[in-house]
Write a protein that binds this ligand. Structure first.
Ligand SMILES: Nc1ncnc2c1ncn2[C@@H]1O[C@H](COP(=O)(O)OP(=O)(O)OP(=O)(O)O)[C@@H](O)[C@H]1O
Ligand SMILES: [Mg+2]
Length: 584
């Protein structure tokens, strides 16, 4: 569990939340205008206060006072109207922005290369998708709803009182940089700490989600203790970070509160002296006292909001790390094949999952003809599944290239190409949903008749019909638990329904009993006609019908030939065959 930093995303840009707000300005224009108007309409209140004290009170005019009060009442009315309209805009726009952000995250994930996805725990990505987007929303709302109007209000007040007595304003304005400098000191440390806390949290959720999904494995091995202590160490890292986070934020709060109190009393003192010396009227002093809390309001509200702001900022950065990451699939070809014949040509392909480690495939050259049935066999770890991943372009060769129907992968529109392929893997994944939905997953327009036909060919129809709800039985995480062999047959049906040009079977029948495997294999053999089929199997009986068998060993081709040819040779295949035929 190495320390992870943002460099793992191959990005050096540091984007902030404010940049995000700016990029969404067209959406936020209306709501911002209304929240600003909401407080701007209250700005004349100090002027009215001065008017009341210096003129109406002095002149003894009750009517004048009432008149002024009515004006204030009118302003408050306007304030309410702007607030209601602004809030409506806000509640409409912010959730939409976050919705788009989530969509962008998921969209980006579809383009990330598998090298990146192999290294990144699913929980960390989930944390970005679910937690961080929520955190961004929780930060945007107060910025728009509280911080912007408070700042506007404060600035309006400074302008208003400056017109009355610039000298008193100078006192306030001189104090502000001192407060700001001390705050900066805190803020730098808080930002650093927030980043550490966020990485610790991602590590914790990543590890926890992995262990939670592997509870069965952990318990059946009796490894609860080791897992708990591993998880506890991550939990402890997170706790320590949080402790520091709370300390820093509360210290900042104390400082800001004291500074604000000091500033208030300073204004009262200086103002009083000015009144004594005749530099200011009572009305002006009153107006200042009315305006002062408003002027200082942003310091308080920004401080109490700062913790949320930094969390939101950090969450937004975490999202940007992914959105700006350079680890995307290299393919940007635009050749959309109308029809794939299914010729696959490996030309001197070298490949490694990790640049720092030796190659997994060495100078691999092989031509699979269109419509041919080729089987890859060989010991575990010899590179069979890797070849399949390379055909589908899930990874890119380090050296050499792969051509499909003579077209290099770089020039292919990879997505369209993949839609013409179907793959059945050893551990067949089912999605939450009905059996029909699962079979139809790669071919949404298929009708029920076709779904049934595919299930029949995969020898899945019988067991499906025996389930209580038949094809409507809900499977996947929250549904009926199916056996490995049953899941595999559904996956085969799914692949068959696609009617692919290239069918890839990576240990597709390994979970079936001997009889079922024989039947499914017979069906698959019938279906091989007219398409390229790549079969990977440990049980050599499975590959008897292949046109050619490629024997792999540590990423090299050992032997190539038909079952009969290879069986006759006294080579690697014959040895494998002998070992499988030896009764145990
Ligand atoms: N996602 C991955 N990241 C890093 N290394 C990998 C990854 N997948 C496979 N490898 C390594 O590449 C080598 C070839 O693996 P591959 O999965 O192709 O073998 P295989 O022939 O399919 O084996 P098996 O018969 O067990 O399925 C192995 O040494 C394996 O450790
Ligand atoms: Mg494999």
């Amino acid at each position: 569990m190495g320390k992870k930093t943002s460099t793992e995303y191959q990005t050096h840009k540091q984007s902030g939340l404010l940049e995000f707000i700016w990029s969404e300005r067209s959406r936020l224009k209306k709501v911002t205008v209304f929240v600003m108007l909401r407080t701007m309409v209250l700005a004349p209140i100090p002027i009215i206060t001065r008017q009341i004290v210096d003129h109406e009170v002095k002149g003894g005019s009750i009517f004048g006072v009432i008149q002024m009060m009515l004006i204030v009442l009118g302003l408050i009315g306007l304030h309410v109207i702007f607030t209601v309209v602004g809030n409506r805009e806000l509640s409409r726009n912010i959730p939409n922005m976050v919705l788009d952000l989530r969509a962008r995250i998921f969209h980006k994930l579809q383009f990330m290369n598998f090298g990146f996805l192999d290294r990144t725990k699913a929980g960390r990505l989930l944390s970005k998708y679910a937690f961080d987007t929520q955190q961004v929303e929780g930060t945007l709302v107060p910025i728009i709803h509280d911080i912007i109007p408070t700042l506007t209000y404060s600035i309006c007040m400074i302008v208003v009182i400056t017109t009355m007595n610039p000298l008193l304003t100078v006192v306030i304005v001189l104090m502000l940089p001192i407060i700001a400098a001390v705050r900066m000191f805190f803020i730098n440390r808080i930002t650093q700490n927030n980043r550490q806390v966020r990485l610790a949290r991602e590590r914790l959720t990543g590890t926890a989600s992995e262990y939670i999904s592997a509870l069965r494995l952990v318990r059946s091995l009796g490894e609860e203790k080791a897992v708990s202590s591993h998880l506890d160490s991550h939990s402890e890292g997170f706790r320590a970070g949080r402790q520091k986070q709370i300390m820093l934020n509360t210290s900042l709060g104390v400082f800001t509160f004291s500074a604000k109190e000091f500033l208030s009393i300073l204004i009262v003192g200086v103002g009083a002296i000015m009144v004594v010396h005749g530099y200011a009227s009572y009305g002006v002093l009153m107006a200042f006292l009315v305006a002062l809390p408003v002027i200082l309001m942003p310091i308080q509200s920004i401080t109490s909001f700062s913790q949320q702001y930094f969390l939101g900022q950090e969450s937004y950065r975490s999202i940007r790390e992914l959105l700006d990451s350079g680890y995307v699939e290299r393919w940007n070809g635009d050749y959309i094949p109308q029809h794939i014949r299914g010729e696959i040509n490996f030309e001197h392909v070298c490949f490694t999952y990790d640049e720092k480690k030796p190659d997994v495939l060495h100078d691999f050259t092989l031509k699979v003809n269109a419509g041919e049935h080729v089987a890859f066999v060989g010991p575990s770890g010899s590179g069979k599944s890797t070849l399949v991943s390379l055909i589908l372009g899930l990874y890119a060769p380090r050296k050499g290239r792969i051509l499909v129907d003579g077209m290099p992968q770089e020039r292919l529109a990879m997505r369209q190409f993949r839609r013409r392929c179907a793959i059945v893997m050893q551990d067949s994944m089912l999605l939450s949903g009905t059996i029909t939905e699962n079979i139809r997953f790669g071919q949404p327009e298929a009708n029920m008749e076709q779904v049934r036909e595919a299930a029949r060919l995969a020898y899945a129809e019988d067991f499906i019909d025996e389930l209580d709800d038949g094809f409507d039985t809900v499977v996947g995480e929250r549904g009926v638990a199916l056996s490995g062999g049953q899941r595999q047959r559904i996956a085969i049906a799914r692949a068959l329904l696609r009617n692919p040009s290239i069918l890839i079977l990576d240990e597709a029948t390994s979970a079936l009993d001997y009889e079922s495997e024989r039947q499914v294999q017979a069906a698959l053999n019938n279906l091989s006609k007219g398409r390229t089929v790549i079969t990977i199997a440990h049980r050599l009986s499975t590959v008897k019908n292949a046109d050619r068998i490629v024997v792999l060993h540590k990423g090299h081709i050992k032997e190539v030939g038909s079952f009969e040819e290879l069986a006759k040779l006294d080579g690697a295949f014959a040895h494998l065959l002998a070992s499988q035929n030896t009764p145990s």
